[in-house]
Design a protein around this ligand. Sequence first.
Ligand SMILES: Nc1ncnc2c1ncn2[C@@H]1O[C@H](COP(=O)(O)OP(=O)(O)OP(=O)(O)O)[C@@H](O)[C@H]1O
Ligand SMILES: [Mg+2]
Length: 323
Amino acid sequence: MLLSEPIDQFQTDHLRKKGLLHPDEEILGSEKAGEGNMNVTLLVKTDKRTLVLKQSRPFVAKYPQVPAPQERTGIEFRYYQCLADNQVLEHYSPRVLGFDREHWILAMEYVEQGTDFLGIYQNPAMFTEELVEELLHYLKELHGLPKPDFPGNMAMRNLNQQHIFELPFQKENGFDLNAIQPGLEELSLLVKKDASLITKISSLGKRYLSPGNHLLHGDFYPGSWLNSPKGLKIIDTEFAFLGDPEFDLAILLAHLKMARVPETTVEQILQQYSLEKTLLAAFTGVEILRRLFGLAQLPLNLSLKEKETLAKHAIQLILHEQF
Ligand SMILES: Nc1ncnc2c1ncn2[C@@H]1O[C@H](COP(=O)(O)OP(=O)(O)OP(=O)(O)O)[C@@H](O)[C@H]1O
Ligand SMILES: [Mg+2]
C-alpha cells in the first residue's frame, strides 16, 4: 500500500487495519508535513487528532530513479524505541503512535508549530546558549545509553559514506557546482587535486562504516532539530547506527562553523562535551567540505571567498586533527 495525498478510502481502511488509525477515526484532510526528499511524510488531520505518517519507498521519494534502502523507517522506529525508557530523550522525541512493518509506515505525534533550524545559516543568533545546552544534553544522554541491540543500517550508511566521504571529492562526479555558485567548481579543486587529503578522507569513511558501541542519531544537523512551543524535538533518525559519538558532535560543530556561530561557542561545546579531539576535528572538516562541494547543498549565506576560507579551515581540521 502506497500512501499518497489525498488519503483515499482504501488507504484509510488499511491504516485502521494496521492500528495506525482508531476504528472509528475519520480523516478530515492531509498535506505534506514539511520539506523532505527521502520519504513521503504526511500530516494527517482526523476528527480526533493530528498525526504524521512517514513512509519509506525503495527509492528517494523526490527522485524515484534513485534507489534507497526501504527499511529506513524501521530504523527510525527502532531508534525511538531505544530512547523510550530514558526520560530526557523521550522528552526530546515525537511520540511514536505505531508502525506498519509490512509497508514501512511510521505513525508519530505531530509536533505542533514545529520549525526547523535551517534559518541558522542566515541568522546564527538562532543558536542560543539554551539551544547549545539542550543539544549537548540530548547527545550526552543518547551516547550514554547502554549499548542497545540495533541494526547495522549498512545500506543507509553506505549511501552516506558515498555522499559524505567519496563523491564530493571525485573529479568527474557530474555535480554542476558552477550552477550553484560561479567559481565553486574551481574552488573544489583545492580538495580534488590533493591525493593525500582524499586518502585521509577515505580512511575516515572506513571508520564511519566500522562497528561502534554507541547509538548515534546519524544526521544531527539543524534540519533535524524542531523548535516548538513544547520544546526542542529531534526528528528524522533514519541514519541512526552504532558508531563513534564524535560523528554526531562533529556534524553539529560543522554546521555551526558554516553558520558562522562565534568560535567561543564552538570552544564552549568542546569543553562541555569532551570527546576524542582528533577524530572530532577530522569528521567536522569532512562534513564542511561535503556540504560545500557535494550534492546535499545548504542555504548558505557565503561568498566564494568566504567558502574558500572555510574550505581551507576544514582541510586543516582534517590534516592536523585539531581545532
Ligand atoms: N513529527 C513531526 N511533527 C511535525 N512536523 C514533522 C514531523 N516529522 C516531520 N515533520 C516535518 O516534515 C519534514 C520532513 O520530515 P523528515 O525530515 O522526517 O522527512 P525525510 O523524508 O526523512 O526528509 P529528508 O529528505 O530531509 O531526510 C520535516 O522537516 C518537518 O518539517
Ligand atoms: Mg530524512
